[in-house]
Each structure stands twice: as C-alpha cells, then as structure tokens.
Design a binder for this molecule. Structure first.
Ligand code: NAD
Length: 433
C-alpha cells in the first residue's frame, strides 16, 4: 500500500520504517527541513535502538523515502498517518495546532480520496473535529475517512514495540477504512481491536493514566516503606506475584517523565473537566509525581548543605535508551540543585545534546561517568542507563570527594552498598551509612 506518514518524530519515524519493513511503500514527511535532510542522508535524528539499521535496509529496498515537500508527500497515498506532536498548552489541554495544519495541507494538496489515520494522541472528539476540518478543506469531490489508531510504543523500545505490540486499536465506524487498516497491519500478525472512534481516543488516555497511576501508587508505598522500615523492592516483588496486579510499572523511583505521561494525564484531567467531571484520582497521581521528583534533593538537604558543593547528576534522559528530555525528572532535579547553590556536573550517554537546549546554562557537562564523579561531594542517580547500573559502587568511593550517593532508581542492592565506604540513600529502602 502507498502510505505517507506526517511527522517523523519518535512515533512517525518508527511507524514509517516499520510499515516499510512489512512491505508498504512509505513516504515520511516533516515540515522541519533539517530533519528531512538528515533522513534523506540516511541519518536518524533521534536515538532509538535498532532504528538506523532498519531504516537503512528499507531505503535500500526502495520502499522508504523522506521529504519536506508537501506536494510529493500528499500526491499519491491511499493512507495518510498523522504523527505530529500534540504538546500541552499552559492549562494542560492538548495543543492541536499541528494537527490542524496537517488538515489544511491535506485539503490543499490532495486531489484523491484517502483514509486519514490519527496516530497522534488527541483528546476525545478530536477525530470528529479532524473529519469536519477535512470536509471543509477538501477540494470538490474529494472524500476523506478518519480513523483513530492510537500509538502505544515506548521510546527506547519503539522498534520492538512496533513489531510486538500487545494490540492495535482501530477506531472507526467505516467498514471499508477498517478493512484497509486490517490489510495494512496483517503482516504483523498482532491482535487487532476494532471500536468506535471516541472509545479508541479514550483507550489511549485511559491506558497512560492507568500506568501513571501505578507508578504514583508504588512511589507512595515507597514513601511509607521508608517510614515503617519496610523494603519497597520486596514489597513490589511480592505484590507483582499476584497476577491481578502484575510486576510491571511497580518500580519505585523519582517519578515518571517523558513526552507522554505528564502531558496525557494533564490532558485527561482537562477532558474530564470539560464534561464537569472532577477526576480526583488522576489529579492525585500528578500531584504525587511532582512531589516525588522533589524527594531526592529533599533527602540530600537533610544530610548536607548543598551550597557550593559539586553535585554529579547521572543520567538526564527521562528514561534509559532514549535521548528524549521532554519533562525528564532531571530537569526538576537540576533546578532544585542550582536553587540550593550547588554546582551541577551532568552526564548522559545520549541526551546531553538535547539537555543543553533545555537545562539551565549553569549546568556543566562531563563526557563520562568518571569525569562527573571526580571530586564530587554528592551524586544523584537519575536515569538507569545500563552503564550507570553497571558502574561498580567502588568507583563512587574512589572518585568522589565525599561519597554521598542518592540513587533515584534503586540501581544497587543494599548488600552491595554495605560493602563500600559510602553513604547510600535510595527510594523506599533503608539508608546505608
Ligand atoms: P515529535 O515531536 O518527536 O515529532 C513530531 C514531528 O512532527 C516533528 O518532527 C515535527 O517537525 C513534525 N511536524 C509538526 N507539524 C507538522 C506538519 N504540519 N507537517 C509535517 N510534520 C509536522 O513527537 P512524538 O513524540 O513522535 O509524538 C507524536 C504524537 O504521538 C504525539 O501526539 C504523542 O503524544 C504521541 N505519542 C508519542 C509517543 C512517544 O513515546 N513519543 C508514544 C505514543 C504516542
């Protein structure tokens, strides 16, 4: 099938490459000429494991090309995937500016019927709005059918998730469009779930809100564990053995971040508010997460005066295996440290370049973990990259001026911490001193 994917960010690029891999002819279109130029040269503008190799393979087979020319992008596709950003506005609701721009472009450049598939996360009712806009913008006689097909991939495992997703949700009342999507995705052999358009939109928000709730729940339990001398790792393991609960998303830490959970939880509170429903539970999830992001520095302040101290910030991306800094807990932590008067020396294996754009300019950058730790008075583990998890604790003791370690991701066992001459404070567990 001939497919155009609009927006070649984390979702659009993986979708474009994945669809090409399963045999479709795909154009990835982006308004950002820098991104398009990189992709045309075969370079991947984001860090996503496995994506570069797969992209290269599909390009060589001639089924994948990239452009910033709208005429080319919209000329022939039977299916147009919308994968542009829907960032939060100041009040938390989703900004639909980019979506609306795409609708205008479709109306302007397309002179044949097509199915328009919304992958971007959009508030309930938006696909009806998109359908209305397309009808208004369409040239005489051209008809578009809108399908909601929310995306569930996780950054860092995006390629794997494309081929191994738990389900593909197809929201439409049009049998022909549903059939076309079934045919498109058939080579993946994944479970398809057909539903109406608004339920599909809600499935995405409800799923993310539920996962965020699981994280805030376990973080609250970890806070209580610290006070009653219980161990969150044992508690989470014991809970996860219950199949009704499951072990996933029960990892206590310094809160969720990223481009989805913070934005989608706030947007769902807004969606509920618009129909006069006060989503108290979700508001608490967000509040708990905000507090959790402040918890590590708060603990450090109880032990040392941060003013004038050299603080190593280990890991900046919102999670390992991505360079995405959107709403990363490291942003809040860096700010808290600077506010307390500390000198911040940060390290991340992939996200440093993006971090420079969003972190305060006082933050300095190290080119290795060892360089960040050298002479530090205190260290904060923020992202559990493999190289951070695998760094022997002995190196903290050897390299730091004062080996005070605040581990926001519980990377080390307490037994291991006990074997070294350092102060080790983690989440929901006894402090080793
Ligand atoms: P992103 O910011 O990485 O990429 C969006 C891309 O769209 C950018 O490259 C931008 O230049 C391009 N763009 C903007 N307007 C355009 C236009 N008019 N025409 C063509 N290109 C345009 O965003 P993302 O992280 O890929 O997210 C995209 C959507 O998918 C969002 O709604 C997000 O909530 C949702 N989503 C994201 C993830 C994730 O893990 N990132 C997972 C599931 C769903």
């Amino acid at each position: 099938m001939k497919v155009t994917v609009i927006g070649t960010g984390y979702v659009g690029l993986v979708t474009a490459v994945g669809l090409a891999k399963i045999g479709h002819t795909v154009i990835g279109y982006d308004v950002d000429p820098r991104k398009a130029a990189l992709l045309q040269r075969g370079e991947v503008p984001i860090y996503e494991p496995g994506l570069a190799e797969l992209m290269q393979e599909c390009r060589q087979e001639g089924r994948l090309l990239f452009t910033d020319e709208a005429e080319l992008a919209y000329r022939e596709p039977e299916l147009v995937f919308i994968a542009v950003g829907t960032p939060p506005k100041a009040d938390g609701s989703a900004d639909l500016t980019y979506i609306e721009q795409v609708c205008r472009d479709i109306g302007r450049y397309m002179d044949h019927d097509a199915v328009v598939v919304t992958k971007s996360t959009v508030p309930v009712g938006t696909n009806d709005h998109i359908q209305g806009l397309l009808q208004a913008y369409a040239r005489g006689g051209t008809a578009f059918t809108v399908v909601s097909n929310p995306e569930f991939l996780r950054e860092g495992t995006g390629v794997h998730d494309f081929f191994n997703g738990d389900r593909i949700v197809i929201g439409t009342s049009c049998d022909r469009a549903a059939g076309l999507l079934e045919e498109l995705y058939a080579p993946l052999g994944l479970p398809l779930f057909h539903t109406d358009i608004r339920s599909a939109e809600m499935i995405k928000y409800a799923s993310n809100a539920f996962l965020a709730a699981k994280i805030s729940f376990i973080n609250e339990i970890s806070n209580i564990c610290e006070k009653v001398d219980a161990d969150i790792e044992s508690v989470a393991f014991g809970m996860g053995l219950d199949r009704r609960i499951g072990p996933q998303f029960l990892k206590a830490g310094i809160g969720y971040g990223g481009s989805c959970f913070p934005k989608d939880t706030k947007a769902l509170v807004q969606i509920a508010g618009h129909v006069q429903h006060d989503f108290q539970l979700l508001k608490a999830v967000i509040e708990v997460n905000n507090k959790q992001q402040a918890s590590l520095v708060k603990k450090a302040k109880e032990v040392l005066e941060l003013k004038g101290k050299r603080a190593a910030l280990l890991g900046l991306a919102f999670k390992p295996n991505t360079d995405d800094m959107r709403e990363a807990p490291s942003l809040a932590i860096a700010e808290q440290l600077l506010e307390a008067g500390a000198d911040v020396i940060a390290y991340d294996p992939e996200a440093a370049e993006n971090a420079r754009r969003v972190l305060p300019e006082q933050v300095q950058y190290a080119s290795s973990l060892q360089e960040a730790l050298q002479g530090a008075d205190v260290a904060f583990i923020v992202t559990e990259w493999a190289e951070i998890v695998e760094l022997p604790l002995s190196q903290y003791a050897e390299l730091m001026r004062e080996p005070l370690v605040f581990d926001g991701r519980n990377c080390y066992s307490l037994e291991e911490a006990g074997r070294h001459d350092l102060y080790y404070c983690s989440i929901g567990r006894r402090t080793v001193a």
